[in-house]
Design a protein around this ligand. Sequence first.
Ligand SMILES: Cc1cc2nc3c(=O)[nH]c(=O)nc-3n(C[C@H](O)[C@H](O)[C@H](O)COP(=O)(O)OP(=O)(O)OC[C@H]3O[C@@H](n4cnc5c(N)ncnc54)[C@H](O)[C@@H]3O)c2cc1C
Length: 395
Amino acid sequence: MSRIVDTVIVGGGMVGASVALRLAEAGMQVAVVEREPPPAIEDVAPCEVRVSALTHASEQWLEQLGVWKALLAQGAHPFRAMHVWADDVDGEVVFDAASVGEDNLGHVLPNRLIQAALWARMTDHANVTACFDSIEGFETEASGVHVVLEGGDVLHAQLLVGADGAFSRVRQLANIPLDAHEYGEAAIVGCVRTERPHQDACWQRYTAEGPVAFLAMQDNLSSLAWYLPQHKLDWVLSLDDEAFAEALTEASGGRLGRIDWVGERAGFPLVRRHAQRYHAERVVLVGDAAHTIHPQAGQGVNLGFLDAQVLCEEVLTAFEAKAPFWVPAVLSRYQRRRYMDNLAVQRAMDGFEWLFAHDLPWKRPLRQLVMLAGRLRPATQTLTRLALDARPGSY
Ligand SMILES: Cc1cc2nc3c(=O)[nH]c(=O)nc-3n(C[C@H](O)[C@H](O)[C@H](O)COP(=O)(O)OP(=O)(O)OC[C@H]3O[C@@H](n4cnc5c(N)ncnc54)[C@H](O)[C@@H]3O)c2cc1C
């Protein structure tokens, strides 16, 4: 098959699917290349291994795309507070939605549910062609970009969007250099039930080995993010349910009581990545293809959705004016609006990572000071507002 479209998007994950839907709704012909066919909404279990805590800005983006109501109906769970404490210093910091006049700080929901809802709407769209395949290569020339798929199909377009995640093949094929840093840490994620109710809150304890976090989900389930030194990952993942629950109860300090039940779990080594630029000739990167961050504040896909919004704004401004939307002037405007924001959030996460690492004894008083400052009501209110109002250019 050979097909001519305006834009090819490689990667139909949460970020790529959102770009595809927005461009298609604005009248562009779009082809989405996705390696793994997405699930149907009804096939997504409430207790999935990978979940995201979405900010209000991400929710508004999904609302604009017409999928937020479906996600709410499928069990997106609001979290109304976030409790953060460290086991070697006194007190805790509480970010509370009510303190800034809001009902919640965001919602927690499975990644596959977000992807499924976007695909359900996208595949109905006459402007979208879905190709369940993988990219083999591409060539750019004056007339456009020609994308060859592993199955032999060829897509001709004006613009190629790489939304194919952290190991982006598009980024590699476009020879865009990557800065990367391995934290030497891993995260175990999965679904658990705690003895005490989560009270619609997220709970994060900093330990000498890294944070342990519980994100509130429906039916008093919590999504777990347990950070630990990478060399311990295989051992902890090899524990049976009972031993895993016991080890987790200990790591969490028992704040929510015992861990009563544990579901499927998976582990990921943590790596910060940042593409040195977000575009090359007729190619542009979004989401994890452009950057990955330490997930301790759950910002990865939220940043990806901000990329998606800004890229669509810049590309559609040109498209609607019947001007070339694939030229460096358009793509570098997108990069200018997103690069420093993403870098600032990466740096902030590294700052927390550094502060809470128990490697040097003199950091402890510093941690104590930060926790004390964080307990001042105006400080938590300001930080809560900052997180809630995150928009492109806010950092
Ligand atoms: C432990 C952990 C916890 C996290 N928690 C949060 C959180 O609470 N909140 C948050 O905002 N973020 C969180 N994140 C980050 C978040 O999961 C990612 O930022 C997000 O998944 C990125 O979405 P994406 O669409 O850019 O990429 P992906 O989700 O990786 O999607 C990429 C898509 O491209 C497809 N693909 C890949 N290669 C090809 C190819 N060659 N051809 C065709 N298709 C291809 C894949 O199948 C996939 O569907 C967390 C990350 C980790 C590791």
